[in-house]
Ligand binder design. Structure first.
Ligand SMILES: *Cc1c(COP(=O)(O)O)cnc(C)c1O
Length: 428
C-alpha cells in the first residue's frame, strides 16, 4: 500500500477549487523555507504565487515563528466580546498608523471573505441606522471579493456562482476602467450615482486579481472615489490581495489621492502564517453605530475573532513590513519584472504583458479560450515539471512571489515563462 501523504490525502480530503474526479494527486509538502517548497519525494518548487498570495515574506520565517511560539505559551485565545488582549490592541494601533489617516477602528474576522462581509454589513447598516434607504452596492465587472454569499454577490457572476445565482443580491456592475476605457467608466459611474439608493462602491484597488490581474491606474481610481464620496456613497477598498506591499507600495490606496471609508485586509496580513481578516473604517462609520439603542450595534462576530496567535503572527509580519529591506525588495522585484516584461513586448505568443509592483501577468495569444481550456493545465504542469509553482488563470499566467525571492529564483521563473511562450507559439 502506498502510504504517501498524497495517497492518504486522496482517501479523506476534499480540496478547494478542484474537480476531485479528474485532478491529479496533490503534491505532499513536508517543509518550506524562503521561496521554496520541499515535497515528500524530494522535489523542490519555487512558490511563485506565494501560496495563493498570502506568503509575503517567504515560508517558515524565523522571526514570525519565534513571535508566534512566544504567544502560544502566553495566551493562545480569549473571547473578544467583553475582553481584550495585547496583540489585538498593539496590532490595531500599528495598522491604523500605516493606513490612510481617516481609518479609525479595526474589526477582526477570519479571512478575506469575512473581511468583505463585515465591510458590506457596516456600509449597509451605516445607512440603516440613520433611517436612510440606501441599499444598493456598485462593484466592478470581473471582480472577486470572496466565496461567502455576500462576497459572491458583489463578485463577477460566473460558472463558480451559477448554482447559487438566485440567492445572490442584485449589484450594479461597472466595467473596469482599463487604460483607454477610463472616460466611459467614469461617465457610467456618474449616471449610476444619480440613483438615490446607492449605499457603497466596492473595488479591488489597481489590480483585479482573480479575474486575471486586470490593471487600471491610480488616477482613474482617485476620480471614481472622489465621485462616489461627493455623492455620499461609501467607498470600500478591498485590499485583501493588494495589501502589504503587493503593488509596490505598502497599500494600493497609497497611490491614490482619495481615502476609502472602509478597507478589507487578509492574505498577506500574517505573512501567510495564520488565517486572519481585518476590516477598518472611518470614525463617521463607527459613530453611526453608537446609540443608547442596542439594536444599532454591529451584530457580527466569529468564535476566533482577533485570535491572539494570529494577531502575534501579524505583528511579527508588520515588523518585517516596517523594516527598510521591505521596500527595497519591492523595488528590486518591480524593476526585475518590468525589465522582463519589456523583453517580451512584440514577441510571438504574447497578447499582453502587465505589471503593477511585484505582480507580473502575461496573457498568451491563444485565440478563443476559457478558464477550463486544457491549455491551463498544460501550462501548470510545464511549470511544475520545471520546479516552479505557477497557477495560470486560463491563458493568463501571473507571478506574485514572496518578497524574499532571490534574483536567481526570479530568473528561473522567467525562464519557465519563456518556455510557456514557446509552447504556446507551437500549439496555436
Ligand atoms: C482572496 C480574496 C478575497 C477572499 O479572501 P479569502 O481569504 O480567500 O476568503 C477577497 N478579496 C480579494 C480581492 C481577494 O483576492
Amino acid at each position: 500500500m502506498n502510504n504517501s501523504l498524497s495517497a492518504r490525502d486522496q482517501q479523506v480530503n476534499w480540496h478547494p477549487y478542484t474537480q476531485m474526479q479528474t485532478a491529479p494527486p496533490p503534491i505532499g509538502i513536508v517543509r518550506a523555507e524562503g521561496a521554496v517548497l520541499y515535497a515528500e519525494d524530494g522535489t523542490e518548487y519555487i512558490d511563485a504565487v506565494s501560496s495563493w498570495w498570502v506568503n509575503i515574506h517567504g515560508h517558515a520565517h524565523p522571526h514570525i515563528a519565534e513571535r508566534v511560539s512566544q504567544q502560544l505559551r502566553t495566551l493562545e485565545h480569549v473571547i473578544f466580546a467583553g475582553f481584550t488582549h495585547a496583540p489585538a490592541v498593539e496590532l490595531s494601533e500599528r495598522l491604523l498608523k500605516l493606513l490612510p489617516q481617516n481609518q479609525a477602528k479595526v474589526f477582526y474576522s477570519d479571512n478575506g471573505s469575512t473581511a468583505v462581509e463585515v465591510a458590506l454589513k457596516m456600509a449597509l447598516q451605516f445607512w440603516h441606522n440613520q433611517g436612510i434607504n440606501k441599499t444598493k452596492i456598485i462593484a466592478l465587472e470581473g471582480s472577486y471579493h470572496g466565496d461567502t454569499f455576500g462576497a459572491m454577490s458583489v463578485s463577477e457572476r460566473s460558472v463558480f456562482t451559477r448554482p447559487f445565482q438566485q440567492y445572490l443580491f442584485d449589484v450594479e456592475f461597472l466595467p473596469v476602467p482599463v487604460p483607454g476605457k477610463e472616460e466611459q467608466t467614469l461617465a457610467q459611474l456618474e449616471t449610476l450615482l444619480q440613483q438615490e439608493d446607492i449605499a457603497a462602491f466596492i473595488f479591488e484597488p489597481l489590480v483585479l486579481g482573480t479575474t486575471g490581474m486586470v490593471m487600471y491606474t491610480p488616477e482613474v481610481l482617485s476620480k471614481m472615489m472622489a465621485l462616489c464620496r461627493s455623492r455620499g456613497v461609501l467607498v470600500i477598498a478591498d485590499e485583501v490581495m493588494t495589501g502589504f506591499g503587493r503593488t509596490g507600495k505598502r497599500f494600493a490606496c497609497d497611490y491614490v489621492n482619495e481615502v476609502p471609508d472602509l478597507m478589507c485586509f487578509s492574505k498577506g496580513i500574517t505573512g501567510g502564517t495564520m488565517a486572519l481578516g481585518v476590516t477598518t473604517c472611518s470614525k463617521t462609520i463607527f459613530d453611526s453605530f453608537l446609540s443608547d439603542d442596542k439594536t444599532k450595534a454591529l451584530f457580527h462576530g466569529h468564535s476566533y475573532t482577533a485570535n491572539p496567535v494570529a494577531c502575534a503572527a501579524s505583528l511579527a509580519s508588520l515588523d518585517l513590513v516596517e523594516d527598510e529591506s521591505f521596500l527595497e525588495n519591492l523595488d528590486r522585484i518591480s524593476a526585475s519584472h518590468s525589465a522582463f516584461a519589456q523583453s517580451l513586448v512584440g514577441l510571438p505568443g504574447i497578447k499582453s504583458c502587465r505589471q503593477t509592483g511585484t505582480i507580473l501577468a502575461i496573457e498568451f495569444e491563444v485565440g478563443e479560450t476559457t478558464y477550463f481550456h486544457s491549455l491551463r493545465d498544460q501550462l501548470y504542469n510545464l511549470a511544475l515539471e520545471n520546479g516552479v509553482l505557477l497557477r495560470p488563470l486560463g491563458n493568463i499566467v501571473y507571478v506574485l512571489p514572496p518578497y524574499c525571492i532571490t534574483q536567481a529564483q526570479l530568473e528561473k521563473v522567467y525562464d519557465v515563462l519563456e518556455q510557456m511562450r514557446q509552447f504556446v507559439v507551437q500549439a496555436f
